[in-house]
Design a protein around this ligand. Structure first.
Ligand code: NAP
Length: 479
């Protein structure tokens, strides 16, 4: 069999242990994969490389287009960007596939209910675009970027996956009731794409109800497709339905590239102790084998893992401190069971997910006339709403735009009464006076007057009508 080249990143914390276990299984099952060991994460940050990924690692992935990786540590609330997210974005792995399926040997409150579902998470956009700015010393902002293209790629992946695995339905989980444009776009694209898959039932569900339904009746779900942040949270939840993060594998997939890794993080408190559950990483290896079309090898490893658990051999997270076996002992037990079958498992019919179809079927953007009708100016001001409102009305008297309203944290505070607990960051909405299109020069003029009045503006948003529809939402309380 032809040798397949892949990049291997051990990662941080418990990463080296779970990746070593997976590597041992892949060798033991005879997978013809030759790995190039590479670095990313904490050790790379320590070398002063701000991305957390070495140039050698990037070169290796460019060559192999196939990665098995351990979790990478990201400082929480400070420090450099996540090396993980960097890898996902750098190689445009636009969808993250996160399956969970009940294990006969792992008792949970859901045992016997046949939980068997997949979350497909959009993988590079949303709040993970990582565009954050301090607006004032008291106010932080993160942009939620959702694109038609990014949504369509993730959604098509979900439908192709459903077809490949003989699944019956795809739920789209969004918060489109609140975020009409961003989450709303994901929902609208889902409705368009789902029409091309009449053999698969398509449902929309609001994401908070999705979390509720997942806890109450998870067996109703087959495939759930969702935006990046929703998917991050929901997939930790779904891992708990089958025994926890120790059992949740994933694949980051893109155009001719795939990165396989456990859903879990580096769990630093367990690092080097030989106590954690390597199943999630091993199952990520199984996903890698299936991606490569090595179905017999994939099934062999999956069967051996399930048989080990059925035989009552499990790590600490399942069996408890007294009865749980070490990571290495568990891995030995799985290797010893290669070739054996579990009693209570039959694999899904698995065909390769037709990722190339995602690319082929992508729609071209539909051009639409746009017209600027106003501008939102975000500024810092240490006074109250009425003082600011009157100042802005006066200074814009001879401008092409006039002040329509001011909001604070999304709630209209001027004109009129307000109960809002205002902060020093104000969104001031100016609309054209006579229905004419607003040109940039008129916006510069307004900004100049704002600056001359001693007010500090942070950023602006043009208010564009697209086609017939306004491309902005109203503030809470705005007429
Ligand atoms: P985490 O590392 O996933 O650990 C959370 C908890 O999940 C652990 O304390 C443990 O629960 C359980 N757990 C995780 N993996 C397990 C395994 N293999 N076997 C048994 N139990 C397991 O999440 P975190 O503590 O929030 O994040 C730690 C670091 O990992 C952070 O720097 C984060 O940014 C990073 N991270 C990286 C990735 C990635 O690289 N893909 C993903 C997520 C997080 P108990 O405490 O109950 O035993």
């Amino acid at each position: 069999m032809k040798t397949i080249h892949a990049t291997l990143i051990p990662g941080d914390g418990i990463g080296p242990e779970v990746v070593a276990a997976t590597h041992r299984l892949l060798v033991a099952v005879g997978a013809p994969i030759e790995f190039e060991g590479c670095q990313a994460g904490a050790s790379v940050f320590k070398q002063g490389i701000a991305s957390g990924v070495t140039p050698e690692t990037i070169d290796s992935i460019k060559r192999t287009r196939l990665v098995l990786k351990g979790p990478l540590e990201t400082p929480v609330g400070f420090g450099e960007k996540s090396a993980n997210v960097t890898l996902r974005k750098l190689f445009e792995t636009y969808a993250n596939i996160r399956p969970v399926r009940e294990f006969a040997g792992v008792r949970t409150p859901y045992s016997g209910r046949g939980v068997d579902l997949v979350i497909v998470r959009e993988n590079v956009e949303d709040l993970y675009a990582g565009i954050e700015h301090m607006q004032t010393t008291e106010v932080a902002q993160c942009l939620k970027i959702i694109t038609r293209k990014g949504s369509e790629k993730a959604i098509r992946t979900a439908f192709e996956l459903a077809r490949a695995e003989g699944r019956k339905s795809v739920h789209c989980a969004t918060k489109a009731n609140i975020m009409k444009f961003t989450e709303g776009m994901f929902k609208r694209v889902f409705e368009e794409v789902s029409a091309e898959y009449p053999d698969i039932a398509a449902h929309h569900i609001i994401v908070d109800n999705c979390a509720h339904q997942l806890v109450k009746k998870p067996e109703q779900f087959d495939v759930i497709v969702t935006t990046n942040m929703n998917g991050d949270i929901l997939s930790d939840l779904t891992s708990a339905l089958v025994g926890g993060l120790g059992f949740a594998p994933s694949a980051n997939v893109g155009d001719g590239i795939a990165i396989f890794e456990a859903v879990h993080g580096s769990a630093p408190k367990y690092a080097g102790k030989d106590v954690i559950n390597p199943s999630a990483a091993i199952l990520s290896g199984v996903m890698m084998l299936r991606y490569l079309g090595l179905e017999a090898e994939a099934l062999n490893v999956e069967n051996a893992l399930r048989k080990t658990l059925e035989d009552g051999i499990a790590p600490r997270d399942v069996a408890g401190d007294a009865a749980g076996v070490a990571t290495s002992v568990f891995t030995d037990a799985v290797i010893a069971r290669l070739g054996q079958k579990p009693q209570q498992f039959s694999a899904r019919p698995s065909r390769r997910v037709a990722m190339e179809t995602v690319k082929e079927r992508m729609r071209a953007p539909v051009p639409m006339p746009t017209k600027v009708e106003g501008v939102d100016v975000f500024l810092r001001f240490d006074g109250n709403a009425s003082t600011l409102g009157m100042t802005l009305e006066t200074l814009a008297t001879d401008c092409a735009v006039k002040l329509k309203m001011i909001s604070n944290r999304g709630t209209k505070v001027y004109p009129g009464e307000t109960q809002a607990d205002c902060v020093d960051h104000w969104r001031c909405r100016f609309l054209n006076r006579n229905g004419d299109e607003i040109v940039d020069r008129q916006i510069y003029e307004l900004l100049r007057k704002i600056t001359d009045a001693g007010l500090a503006w942070m950023h602006i948003e043009k208010l564009q009508v697209m086609g017939e529809k306004p491309g902005w939402t109203k503030a809470q309380g705005e007429e």
